[in-house]
Design a protein around this ligand. Sequence first.
Ligand SMILES: Cc1ncc(COP(=O)(O)O)c(C=O)c1O
Length: 379
Amino acid sequence: MFEEVTSFIRSIYGDGQVQLHEPRFIGNEKNYLNDCIDSTFVSSVGKYVDRLEKMLCEYTGSKFAIATVNGTAALHVSLLLAGVDKDDEVLTQALTFVATANAVSYTGAHNVFLDSGAENLGLCPDDLKSFLNQHAEMRADGFCYNKTTKRRIKACVPMHVFGHPVKLDEIMAICLQYNIIVVEDAAESLGSLYKGKHTGTIAPIGTLSFNGNKIVTSGGGGALLIQDEKLAKRAKHITTTAKVPHRWEFFHDEIGFNYRLPNLNAALLCAQLEKLGDFKKNKRETAEKYKKFFSTSGVTFLTEPSNCESNYWLNAILLKNKDDQLKFLSVTNDAGVMTRPIWRLMPDLPAFANCQKTSLVNARRYEDTVVNIPSSVRV
Ligand SMILES: Cc1ncc(COP(=O)(O)O)c(C=O)c1O
């Protein structure tokens, strides 16, 4: 059966080594890069950074967009904007890319790892609710505290795994009750819609990544999507070394970050964004092919949740058990078809081994059974 999968993937992507996810540069990339170089504005000031932020707002419907050097930096800043302080706690999912948890640690706060849903790889609202029921108490200062650790629970970061939206309405309603701010890690889901709205724009703050493996890339890059003007101004300020604008003075009114995306990267991304609609359509067609193929195979192909339109950034299948997962990885990679297991759960990594966590029953199952299969835009 696994050999049949390999042949099917080859029928989509052709002979030779098949990569998991390759970028496609088939538009204005070289024109804009040349223009950017000719202008000499290759660093963090320039027309492409501004154009990029405008394009992101137009595409996603976000009120504001702030470009950053990468998605991790965007996440770091998003948590600071949410008011996360040293020794606070941030609730997130155990099943995520390490950047989500790293960003929490950069702020000096502590991760608490929650489970994924039974049918959704993202943060499970039921697990969130039961964790808060069991462990949280509201105090007179209006904030929610963890009864065991005595720490304030300040934020919650759900992540839209592989482009499939989490159950945001339920998560946001629960967090509202406890005065917990939601930050969407939408690094993987640019173009995905949740109940008709772009992921990353539904919570007050969302973050994107434009790493080389994402649906569109700037080489390295990221962005914050923000719905409040004051927060957006603050985001721009602290991502640009907190320099108070002036024609020649170097006055920085707090410790800021050198997190602004260079114009050179933005030039590449502007060209990529012009193709995002085509890329999404192409990826959704590929997902349809996979869905049809796997429907008779005994293997579960991960499809978009109801009320959602996924970008199908990275296609994924669920195998029966760990043995099958390892066998599948071996057969496909030996045949030159790149496949990869889903991430190890965060609390299994040394840096996060001591973090509080729930039972993670679903996340463990996914860890043992999920494999990503080739998903590049077909050319
Ligand atoms: C879920 C998630 N969060 C955050 C990031 C971090 O983005 P970056 O690599 O641009 O720092 C990534 C991907 O790289 C990701 O997949």
